[in-house]
Design a protein around this ligand. Structure first.
Ligand code: KG4
Ligand code: ZN
Length: 338
């Protein structure tokens, strides 16, 4: 039996969890900072760092209490080490290092995107690599081949903006609150999907790569030109049409990548994968191509620490531990160990 305390503070959620054997969540505490960042329309890094520093000790204590374990019952402390907002990451990493120093526990740094993928090991207890994963979050849009629990290969990535980032920006231009992707998804529920049209980006070189900046610019231009002409933009229809374009783009590339790489299993991960239309579209597309689709439960799509414990388990088994000289990093490739 391997018990891990896991800590996540890469963006605007301070989170701690206790995970057993990489599959069982004994506790999962998430303190969201959304309310604090809302009035700025996005995450303010300095506020995020300060709020993490204020709440991390309490959140970790709560996770330990809910799991009913003492530090002596733990095998290691897993922590998000990269990528993310550097000031925010440092709070979690330094707290984890302090805990390891005082308890003698082993430190296990975890890559944030690997942990998003690992949220699926919690939702689907029998899921094992190899599989193809679409990772779509506020900062990243990747398609990766997960060859083993700790061996990742990037098949495609975005050349510019991330899927969540463009949904957030377009939603903001429509006057929707932060986080825009979520509010766009809600507003799209009763909207028409075919009322506004957006170009499908085409890239030379690596055709499976994404580019979301053209989609964003096309949306912004339509919103601005309507404003200039004093015309109203139908928010529900605009959201439904834009969401349709982003989800179709993500779905098509994912299915194409699975076929091209002979993968039978498709896994999705990251905040954007809570999107109802994306889940529906991928379910239909995978069924039509006889691919098995694995979706994380919506509460595990956004940032949380349970997923860090799930991936941390496999990093620990692989011997990917770190010393007290470990440092957080704002960027890091998903392929290399931290
Ligand atoms: O994975 P995540 O929580 O944080 C990062 O690692 O970036 O993802 C946050 C992103 C934000 O862009 C947010 O708008 C988006 O996920 N998001 C959604 C939905 N819920 C959150 N995007 C589309 N549909 C949703 N339902
Ligand atoms: Zn994330």
């Amino acid at each position: 039996m391997v018990n891990l305390l896991a800590i996540e503070s890469s963006c605007d959620e301070t989170a701690a969890a206790v995970v057993r054997d990489g599959r069982h969540v004994l506790s999962n505490v998430v303190a969201s900072q959304i309310e604090a960042h809302k009035r700025f329309g996005g995450v303010v890094p300095e506020i995020a760092s300060r709020m993490h520093a204020e709440s991390i000790a309490g959140i970790v204590a709560q996770a330990m209490a809910q799991a009913g374990l003492a530090y002596a019952d733990l095998n290691a402390v897993a922590v998000t080490g990269a990528p993310g907002l550097i000031g925010a990451l440092l709070v979690g990493v330094n707290f984890a290092k302090g805990l390891c120093m005082s308890t003698g526990l082993t430190l296990v740094p975890v890559h944030h995107l690997r942990s998003h993928v690992a949220s699926n090991y919690l939702t689907h207890p029998a899921l094992e690599p190899p599989f193809l994963a679409l990772i779509a979050s506020g900062g990243h849009s990747h398609i990766v081949k997960v060859n083993s629990f700790t061996n990742y290969e990037v098949i495609a990535q975005t050349r510019d903006d991330a899927a969540g980032e463009v949904m957030d920006k377009v939603a903001r231009a429509l006057g929707l609150p932060y986080p825009g992707g979520l509010h766009m998804d809600i507003a799209a529920t009763n909207g028409r999907r075919d009322l506004y049209s957006f170009p499908r980006p085409r890239l030379s070189g690596s055709p499976l790569d994404f580019s979301f900046s053209g989609l964003k610019t096309a949306a912004m231009n339509q919103i601005n030109s309507a404003k200039q002409k004093n015309e109203a933009v139908g928010t529900e229809d605009f959201c439904a049409s834009f969401r349709e374009a982003v989800c179709a783009y993500l779905t098509d590339h994912t299915i194409c990548a699975a076929k091209k790489n002979d993968m039978q299993k498709v896994v999705i991960a990251g905040g954007v994968c809570a999107n109802l239309r994306l889940r529906e579209m991928l379910s239909e597309a995978c069924a039509a191509s006889s691919l098995e689709l694995y979706l994380p439960t919506p509460n595990l799509c956004g940032d949380n620490a349970a997923m860090v414990g799930a991936q941390g388990h496999h990093e620990l088994l692989a011997g990917h531990t770190a010393g007290m000289d470990f440092n957080a990093r704002a960027t890091a490739p998903i392929e290399a160990r931290l």
